[in-house]
Design a protein around this ligand. Structure first.
Ligand code: FES
Length: 128
C-alpha cells in the first residue's frame, strides 16, 4: 500500500463561521485531531493540518494525497465531511486511494461522503 496524506482544513466551521466566536473547537480541528488519534498506529496514513482550502462553504474539507508511485497519483479534494459521522469512512477511503495504482479508487470503494463530496480531482504533476 502506498502512503496517503490526509490534509484536513482545521479552520472549517471555525474561522469562517460564528462557531469560533463562541469558543467552540472548529469541526475541521475536531476531525483533524480524531484522525491523528485514529491513524497513530497506521504508518501508511499520515494526517496534516491546512489552514484553508478556499472552499469554506463546504465544511469540513480535506484532501486525499497519495504519495509516490509510477505513474504519480491523482489527488482528491472532498467537502462536507462530518467529523463524527464520517471518521471510519475517511479511513476506508484513504485505504482505497492508497490501494489504487493511480490514486483513483473504484466507484464501489468510495464511501458515500466521498462520492457526494468531491470538489476536485487533481492530476499528478506532469513530468517536467
Ligand atoms: S475554512 Fe475550511 S476551506 Fe476555508
Amino acid at each position: 500500500m502506498a502512503a496517503v496524506c490526509l490534509q484536513v482544513c482545521v479552520s472549517c466551521e471555525g474561522l469562517c463561521s460564528e462557531s469560533a466566536a463562541g469558543g467552540e473547537v472548529p469541526a475541521g480541528r475536531r476531525l483533524y485531531e480524531s484522525l491523528l488519534t485514529a491513524t497513530a498506529e497506521i504508518p501508511d496514513i499520515n494526517v496534516a493540518p491546512v489552514d484553508c482550502f478556499a472552499v469554506c462553504d463546504r465544511p469540513v474539507t480535506l484532501a486525499f494525497r497519495a504519495a509516490g508511485g509510477d505513474p504519480e497519483r491523482w489527488s482528491y479534494l472532498i467537502g462536507d465531511a462530518d467529523p463524527e459521522r464520517d471518521l471510519a469512512d475517511i479511513l476506508a477511503a484513504a485505504r482505497a486511494v492508497a490501494d489504487s495504482p493511480h490514486g483513483v479508487p473504484a466507484i464501489e470503494d468510495r464511501p458515500p461522503f466521498f462520492r457526494k463530496g468531491v470538489i476536485a480531482r487533481v492530476p499528478p504533476l506532469p513530468r517536467l
